[in-house]
Design a binder for this molecule. Sequence first.
Ligand SMILES: *[C@@H]1O[C@H](CO)[C@@H](O)[C@H](O)[C@H]1NC(C)=O
Ligand SMILES: *[C@@H]1O[C@H](CO)[C@@H](O)[C@H](O)[C@H]1NC(C)=O
Ligand SMILES: *[C@@H]1O[C@H](CO)[C@@H](O)[C@H](O)[C@H]1NC(C)=O
Length: 523
Amino acid sequence: MELWLLCWLVLSLVSHNITFQKGSGRCKMSNGRKPKPSDSRNCMEDVNNLLGNGKHSDSIEAVKALEEFLEKTEMSETNSMSVGHLVAVLHKQKGPFRGLKLSANDDEAKSDETVTNSKVSVRLPRELDIGSDNTVVFCMLTWPEANGIIWGNKDVLYESRLVGLSVGGKNISGLREYVNITWNLTVNETQEPRCVFFNFSTKEYSSEGCETVWERGQSDVTCSCNHLTYFGVLMVSPSSLSDVDLEVLSYITLIGCSLSLFTLVITVLLFITNRKARADVSMKVHINLVIALILLNLHFLPSQTVAALSSTGLCLYMALSLHYSLLATFSWMALEGFHLYLLLVRVFNIYVRRYLLKLSVVGWGIPAIVVALVVVIDRSAYGHVPLDFDNPNSTKICYIGNTTVKTVTTVGVFGLVFLFDVIMLGVTIRRVVSLHRIKEFGKSDRGRAKRDICTLLGVTTLLGITWGLVFFSFGYLTTPGLYLFCILNSLQGFFIFLWFVMSLRKTENPPAKTSSETRSTNS
Ligand SMILES: *[C@@H]1O[C@H](CO)[C@@H](O)[C@H](O)[C@H]1NC(C)=O
Ligand SMILES: *[C@@H]1O[C@H](CO)[C@@H](O)[C@H](O)[C@H]1NC(C)=O
Ligand SMILES: *[C@@H]1O[C@H](CO)[C@@H](O)[C@H](O)[C@H]1NC(C)=O
């Protein structure tokens, strides 16, 4: 009681809304006296006025307060009330509780019988076991037009209707037999209903603990929920991807990643069998990037299948590996840039001992540290993640589920690497341009410089486009975007293979020719 009053007090202090302060007057419970049904009606009238004119945040609090007020109403028998946008039943249980049926239309609500033209009907399970001293409160509100797009959600609340259910003096959650709320509705082709409840602490809709029982063509939807609160039906656009798109995409991905994997493995084989390539430091840097990409494809390919197996351990391993190989790809992308910089800008003045070892420690070590840190701090960050964020039932993969972790360690790192490479590229190009003016700088060196710049440019754009596409649109993928990503990603391994073969040829050919060849490769 005190808490409730305090709540009102704080609210009326915080609130700058005159209507609300006036409204709170008649919803205020006087100390020691339980409200009578006539008080409840007065409170409903105030809340109803507020719904029409008040601010959203006030309305939310008012609706919440109304529920508590109604729960406490003292009465000897069941009462039905209807005021403007609100209809309510305060059910008084007579005799043992065997479950309860409630139904309502826009003008009236009844318990234990069905109203004509019922919009919503509710079945409460026997499990609630309400005694004669408890009141079941059913309160349906239709949000007025002006307040229509309520409570920060892009999806539309069906008929702006919310149904509140509660039992006086009890917190009902974790029911074994679910509460069923059936809504009569018409659904158009492009939408589908999703049962939600309003979470008063986060001020957002949530579908946790609620199941939507509906099939296309059906004229009602049943929400089966394991707790009591304010429920509604959101009309959501089904996942922007049709089932056909999804199937085609998964085939493209399958074929593309396999092709990538295949060509990347060939690249490694070429490297191993070619003595000249093995001796070339740049080639060694390239091959590390190739290996990182192989790991990435290797773990991305079976991710969906593994996620479907619902083995937590295996999924954790897959998510970890996917994250690790992705970070390794990024770090080797950055090292390609760094290598190019050393090669062209600093090479004449500097000699780094155990150069490749140092690069490898950075390239393979830093991703390991990042992944290890995430595991130590919050292992639950990895797990089953729906591919389509808007639709929790969509296909899942094993990846990072925590948005913050994902943003920082993938999108963030990617951004840094991309920026780093762009800067390296800029510095290198400037150097080459200035070298042009120095006559004694060998023609072969210039050719080599151009070739390496093209390499970095190629790699950065390629990786940048594909991975940029997937990360900047992760969760909000449009269909064309997804197709583009899938196709580019499929070709990525193949491009790298081509580029590697070109580079191989260049290491073998006399250097004088390289300059012109690079130009033709690049065009
Ligand atoms: C709600 O529906 C489910 C099946 O969809 C059923 O098992 C359950 O008993 C129903 N609950 C009530 C209270 O009727
Ligand atoms: C119900 O839960 C709220 C917080 O969620 C708590 O403040 C209140 O005391 C609980 N009431 C009962 C009767 O358990
Ligand atoms: C509302 O959201 C909070 C925070 O996410 C959560 O702890 C709470 O369980 C949610 N309430 C219900 C009824 O699920």
